[in-house]
Design a protein around this ligand. Sequence first.
Ligand SMILES: O=C(O)CCC(=O)C(=O)O
Ligand SMILES: [Fe+2]
Length: 364
Amino acid sequence: MAPVPSFPIKVGHIDDVQELRKSKPTQIPQRFVRDMSERPKLAAMVPSPNDIPIIDLSKLVGSDIDEQGRQIVQLKTACEEWGFFQVVNHGIDSSVVENIEKVAKDFFMLPLEEKQKYPMAPGTVQGYGQAFVFSENQKLDWCNMFALGVEPPCIRNPKLWPSKPAHFGEALQDYSREIGQLCKNLLRHMAVILGLKGDVFEEMFGQAVQAVRMNYYPACSRPDLVLGLSPHSDGSAITVLQQGKGSSVGLQILKDGKWVPVQPIPNALVINIGDTIEVLTNGRYKSVEHRAVTHKEKDRLSIVTFYAPSYEVELGPMAELVDEKNPCRYRRYNHGDYSKHYVTNKLQGKRTLEFAKIEPETST
Ligand SMILES: O=C(O)CCC(=O)C(=O)O
Ligand SMILES: [Fe+2]
């Protein structure tokens, strides 16, 4: 079963940002206006080149040994120093990628009453609405979410698919199958680079849990005051993020104390390391904090797949990655308990992972 909170939650009134944008295009209700320290400081952002590592998957699995070596080094650097990378030539048919984007966009363009047939209950991350809201005075993200399929049966069960737009379920099923395979392949490469058996993660994870979240960020008249999505790391093992074609640049990752934008590359998928792999690798690979910002004129769509172990699995740093120089930094815990902890706390940088830290950092 997907985790559900066991406490009552009062979230107050939550404006639907798409409706706000339509009816009062220049109004930003106070609940969306961030405190000074949280505002995105967009004017100070220099458009940066594509610093985030790019992995060519066809070369990683190809027969050119030199090329393969280069991609392995690149992947190692990506996992150890960035926690983020983009994959190109991933082999997923462009029609699969285009179809999911089309149905996602069509879903968000439906009338509000239709979308509200799938309401997101407070404290859960399933359905349409705003997730991670736990109080009446919490600041809100400038984003509408539609989250689905927290367990594989949901993805395979047509009864749980929205009836509109047409073919949503089929597109989701095709997409999830391909993305699941990509995750397995990437985890296999990561394991080998770590000096582990290729199938170590697959064996450990059992029946992997795959959840899809579609994020729609309407344009916002004051992108300097709001955040599209609050800073957080993902609770997954790895995450696959597709940035919608023609969308504004919105994803930013925290690198050496600075927010670095992830420039979309046509047909690429963005991959990031989640908290689970950080724990399993005893911190060798890190889940990196990221956020989304909005744009004055352009909307933005992202389709995000979280790939994680089965809820029953007990996790902790792998023995091979713990030694005198790298003492154990995380305790063992049940992944279902961590998932519950994750979805029942607001997004706040990397604080959620303190759940697993042996010596919790005292953050300010
Ligand atoms: O929309 C984005 O680029 C960020 C989405 C994200 O980080 C998430 O859904 O966890
Ligand atoms: Fe994320």
